[in-house]
Design a protein around this ligand. Structure first.
Ligand code: ZN
Length: 203
């Protein structure tokens, strides 16, 4: 996949906001990952020397199907073309050090994306599961989001035009944790999309 942009949502599950000691935002908290961070299933996540603490974040990704600007929330679901498993890989130490998140979230290989699957009839049915070395670490459904997918599309499209193929990573639930060389991490949107990646240190 080659989205023109990847728009991510921070702290969109109350339990994850709490586990990192953060308040639940009053409006969606958004940031971007660069298209250069995208890798496919099977490609390695490379841990940069600049960070001592890189973590996985399994997320439900929605793929935009139509050019969208200032879309009303009631019509926003019609803009969704498909669903994709996303791993919003994050250098947690650099995120804390920098205050803004471009470096922590933007390294090459920090955005594994699964193959695109069909969107379900009801977006609330979406479920994300993260497994680290075969052990389940995260599981949540879209009903647990602070801001729903239609609300996110309405909010983001009030700021920037969304293009076909753009990906919205809708936030990670509780259970984030560190990646070390030799790990294999998998994010699955149940029955729809899956991305599995080995982890290695930078050469
Ligand atoms: Zn995230």
């Amino acid at each position: 996949m080659s989205p023109s942009k990847i728009i991510c949502v921070g702290r969109n599950y109350a339990d994850h906001a709490r586990e990192l000691g953060n308040e639940i935002p009053v409006a969606p908290l958004i940031f971007l990952k660069p298209p250069s961070s995208v890798i496919a299933s099977g490609d390695a996540i490379v841990l940069p020397r600049a960070s001592q603490r890189v973590e996985y974040e399994g997320e439900i990704g929605v793929v935009i199907g139509t050019r969208a600007y200032r879309v009303d929330e009631s019509r926003a679901a019609t803009c969704v073309r498909g669903v994709v498993a996303v791993n919003d890989v994050t250098a947690r130490d650099l995120q804390k050090a920098d205050g803004q998140w471009t470096r922590a979230k933007g390294f090459d290989t920090f955005c594994p994306l699964g193959a695109e699957g069909a969107a379900p009839k009801t977006l609330d049915e979406l479920e994300v599961i993260t497994r680290l070395n075969g052990m389940e670490r995260q599981r949540a459904t879209a009903t647990q989001m602070v801001f729903s997918v239609p609300r996110l599309i309405a909010y983001i499209s009030s700021i920037m035009t969304l293009f076909p193929g753009d990906v919205i990573a809708t936030g990670t639930p509780a259970g984030v944790g560190a990646l070390v060389p030799g790990d294999v991490v998998e994010v699955e949107i149940t029955g729809t999309s899956r991305v599995t990646n080995p982890v290695r240190a930078e050469d």
